[in-house]
Ligand binder design. Sequence first.
Ligand code: MCF
Ligand code: ZN
Length: 332
Amino acid sequence: MDEERIAAIRALPKVELHLHIEGAAPPGFIRGLAQEKSLRLDGVFAPDGSYAYTDFVHFLQIYEAATSALRSPEDYARLTTAVLEESAANGVIYSECFLSPDFCGGGDLGAWREYLHAIREAADAAERSMGVTLRGIVTCIRHFGPERAKPVALCAAETAGDWIVGFGMGGDENKGRQKDFAYSFDMAREAGLRLTTHAGEWRGPGEVADAVNDLRVERIGHGVRAAEDLALVDRLAEDGVVLEVCPGSNVTLGVYPKLGAHPIDKLRERGVKVTVSTDDPPFFHTSMADEYEALAKTFGWDEEVFDEIARTSVEAAFCDADTKAALLKRLG
Ligand code: MCF
Ligand code: ZN
């Protein structure tokens, strides 16, 4: 591929549906915050300044250690600005980010409201100055267990509206079952929130089936291991279940040995609605433009495929119809 084609693909307008706000924090941002507060973040950074972790479980630990530097609504406001600067620089016009009341106020509703207010103000300012729109998905954390998810779901239900548009779950898929969290997902659904959960990243297709059957989600975070069961793949395609695929994340964490072995292209070819996201970009040394370039080089995806991906993403976004119409206009 020549330089000009690559530059054109990197510059395309993009819609990102799967982004963890703390996981998107540039390491320099977290280091700076820790210095300001005289905090020691032992083991979080490699000598070259990047985040240091060895495998998935260690990644989750380092994520939480880095997050411990974020201690106030003001810290989250600054983080939101830093994250959206990166998004805008990558041609992202709309993003949905995972926010956890566990980290933003320890699951307390009053504190959560303060964090959310600060994050929203920063996002509104970024929309005006950088042209990138952000919405939030309140997220419980699987390895914290179903009881900790309940106050998180309450925070979600109490702040559901035009900005908090969804409820989801991330964390260690090898802990517990999707159905353990049905109470929290039901509460969020009843409050009008749209639903997504991480599934089929580490566990196989059965986990994706559980997510759809037991939590009745309409999107799946990752979901890529569904590819190992073609009957399930066909069901996802028929039911229009959307996969928030994060190829660079999957390769860096070792779900697949290289992008060429990743099932995103096969899933798309078989009719599954796939979208493209970065997950935790600095942790995985990626960006939306890098993801687009790698997909173009590996699978020969052209502008037409990326246009289809962006439109699928707008359609699958949890925001209101007016916001979607404005985004579709920007896609041209
Ligand atoms: O998608 C990646 C890897 N798989 C599972 N979970 C996570 C990923 N990035 C962050 N998470 C989890 C993690 O437990 O989401 C939480 C983190 O604490 C944050 S949600 C705002
Ligand atoms: Zn994720």
